[in-house]
Design a protein around this ligand. Structure first.
Ligand SMILES: [Zn+2]
Length: 293
């Protein structure tokens, strides 16, 4: 992505790294110490086998949300002078994604409500319970915030095989896609449908996740139109969408694939919907709930 480093708006980022407002280390079984490859694979197995979604929406499958109860301290605003390159990158992508949705909403006669991305290390509290680095990036509808531990990006690069700045941008855009779903009331409709039809819980989750992928593609289209896409960016985004497909993650973790337990869609579906959004540039193309539902 070609970013404009002059126009950074740090107000959309909350920085809880370095212990500020975070949880004490070691408070949760999986917190602190680093998981290692085997730990991550074990988590993936648990997550994949755990089935349905939790109370927040992530980019990669995991199990039933977070352990409850946490007391958090105050949030520190991002200090413009102390930002490293990775933080600047995240901030600028967040700014761009939200600016793009602001335009989309205005064109549709609606008002986009910007939200914040919370940067944390190891673990932190959220409106959906305690988040830990092992759960990966996620969106919490209860407090309407995106949560991200930057260590996920090195997992994405090395363990999930999706390198590149646009792979990271895709992850961020996917999470803000969930925010868009919340603002449009799609999220609450899906939750209601899941309660009414528990047998379709996973299928509805897949449709919701694929729509967030499509919304990420809609943003990628606007980044292209603004001349921000560099050679290889689209491929990086597509590779990242495939890297977090249920089938690929299950095969990596267990050696076999159980479609009934899918919560996010296959690698192919995720690529296709990201590409649908990218090609059209319109959220109206993201009707993942059409078809036989
Ligand atoms: Zn998601």
């Amino acid at each position: 992505v070609d970013l404009d480093t002059r126009s950074i708006d740090p107000s959309q980022i909350v920085d809880r790294r370095g212990g500020r407002g975070g949880m004490p280390r070691g408070g949760l079984a999986l917190g602190g110490g680093g998981l290692g490859v085997l730990g991550v694979i074990a988590m993936l197995v648990l997550n994949v086998l755990g089935g349905g979604g939790g109370s927040g929406y992530d980019v990669n499958p995991r199990s039933n949300g977070f352990p409850s109860s946490a007391s958090g301290r105050g949030d520190a605003p991002l200090r413009g002078g102390s930002t490293d390159n990775e933080t600047r990158f995240v901030t600028e992508v967040v700014n761009l994604v939200q600016s793009s949705w602001d335009t989309q909403f205005r064109e549709a006669g609606r008002t986009y409500q910007p939200t914040e991305l919370v940067l944390f290390t190891a673990q932190t509290r959220s409106g959906c319970g305690i988040a830990s680095a092992s759960t990966g990036p996620f969106y919490c509808p209860a407090d309407r915030r995106v949560y991200l531990d930057l260590s996920f990006f090195s997992q994405l690069r090395s363990r999930l095989g999706a390198p590149g700045d646009f792979a990271q941008a895709y992850v961020i855009a996917h999470e803000f896609g969930h925010h868009v779903q919340t603002l449009l009331g799609i999220d609450s409709q899906v939750r209601r449908a899941q309660e009414e039809r528990p047998s379709q819980r996973n299928e509805l989750s897949v449709r919701l996740e694929l729509q967030a992928d499509c919304f990420a593609g809609v943003w990628a289209h606007s980044a292209f139109e603004e001349g921000r896409l560099e050679s290889g960016d689209l491929e990086e985004g597509l590779a990242a969408a495939a890297a977090v497909g249920d089938d690929r993650l299950q095969r990596q973790a267990t050696g076999y694939v159980d479609p009934e337990s899918f919560t996010h869609g296959t690698s192919q579906q995720r690529q296709e919907w990201f590409n649908t959004g990218y090609q059209s540039g319109s959220p109206n193309s993201c009707d993942t709930f059409g078809g036989n539902d």
